[in-house]
Design a protein around this ligand. Structure first.
Ligand code: ZN
Length: 345
């Protein structure tokens, strides 16, 4: 149980309406784009420069988001150009319109190498080998033919939410310092939610642009994907937390979903505890051997729809793979076409 003084605080009670922006730190504007998913919005950060704007993340391709950008550009951004676009990571709700924006303004494009490559592969149809890998992964984890076909077509719909990324990138790396908005930002690159997710910390102004890595109300998706079916994103995620030891406990966190908040140590503690409980549940459900689809239905009993079923499977496997790697759960057929898992002992 958290003590009362350990609660997160939210300095801004109401969110900006679509097309409006609110200053949350000197020169940093918060704007919100509507998303066509259960998670119905993504935050973007507009950072004032002498000659225009740095934009952190861009949303994806929908008529509502294009309209929102037109209103932001003409309104709070005062018709000034975007000089730099920064991607926190390659998920489509963050990077889907980045290609469009970089081309429109001939802007610089900053991001991590792995996320640029990942996004170029993941948001493109007909990359050789992609669909067979996806089908094999789903079938191995207990999806029948109809469910596999549904998942693959859902993935294709996601691909249509992205514009092509530039064929080049201004690469940023962990530990570097980048300058934008008159501030010096420490780049913190983490794995777990994505392969090379970038956060940006200004230690003088005590502001952390946190992307999806540290969200205030929901646990970021920590999921296995077919590209790396035996990967350990949860191990990576839990190992990432010390990378934020440099962040002051009273720093303002700017997350991609939800509202700006204060209380990084408390939030990291909550996220650790959440996954510890989910790992305990996973090991308990696997006292009886199950495939991952069956386990996902136990772990996420209220999840419906193909898009969310895919996320539930990925998140479930993240917990399973974590336990398999640490010798707590066995993969009964590690090289076979169908997998069942069971807690050892
Ligand atoms: Zn994400």
């Amino acid at each position: 149980m958290l003590r009362r003084q350990d609660a997160l605080s939210f300095p801004w009670a109401d969110v900006p309406a679509p097309g409006e922006a609110r200053e949350v730190a000197p020169g940093i504007l918060w704007a919100r784009l509507p998303l066509p998913f259960l998670l119905n919005h993504v935050n973007v950060w507009l950072i004032e420069e002498d000659n225009g704007w740095t934009v952190i993340d861009t949303g994806c391709v929908t008529p509502d988001i294009i309209t929102t950008w037109s209103r932001l550009l003409a309104g709070p951004m005062r018709g000034l150009p975007v000089v730099r676009v920064i991607a926190t990571h390659g998920h489509v709700d963050h990077i889907g319109l980045t290609g469009w924006m970089v081309e429109r303004f001939d802007a610089d494009f900053l991001g991590t190498f792995a996320e640029w490559v990942w996004a170029r592969i993941s948001h493109t149809r007909d990359v050789p080998g992609s669909s067979p890998a996806h089908e094999t992964y789903l079938a191995r984890n207990g999806f029948d033919d109809a469910a596999v076909a549904q998942q693959v077509s859902t993935r294709h719909r996601f691909m249509d939410l992205a514009t092509p990324l530039p064929g080049w990138i201004s690469e940023i790396r962990d530990g570097e310092v980048v300058e934008f908005g008159g501030r010096s930002w420490d780049v913190i690159v983490t794995r777990g939610h994505a392969f090379e997710h970038a956060s940006f910390y200004d230690p003088v102004g005590k502001v952390l642009i946190a992307g999806d890595h540290l969200l205030p109300k929901i646990s970021p998706a920590i999921a296995v994907y077919e590209m790396m079916p035996k990967g350990d994103p949860l191990g990576d995620y839990l190992a990432s937390f010390p990378q934020f030891d440099c962040v002051a406990d009273d720093a303002l966190l700017l997350p991609s979903h939800g509202s700006p908040y204060v209380g990084i140590r408390t939030r990291i503690g909550e996220l650790r505890e959440h996954h510890r409980r989910r790992l305990d549940d996973t090991a308990a459900f696997l006292r009886k051997p199950r495939n991952a689809a069956d386990l996902a239905r136990k772990m996420f009993p209220h999840v419906e729809g193909p898009e969310n079923t895919g996320f539930a499977l990925g998140e479930t496997l993240a917990h399973v793979n974590y336990l398999v790697r640490r010798g707590i759960v066995a993969d009964n057929s590690p090289a076979g076409p169908s997998a069942t898992y069971q807690t050892i002992g």
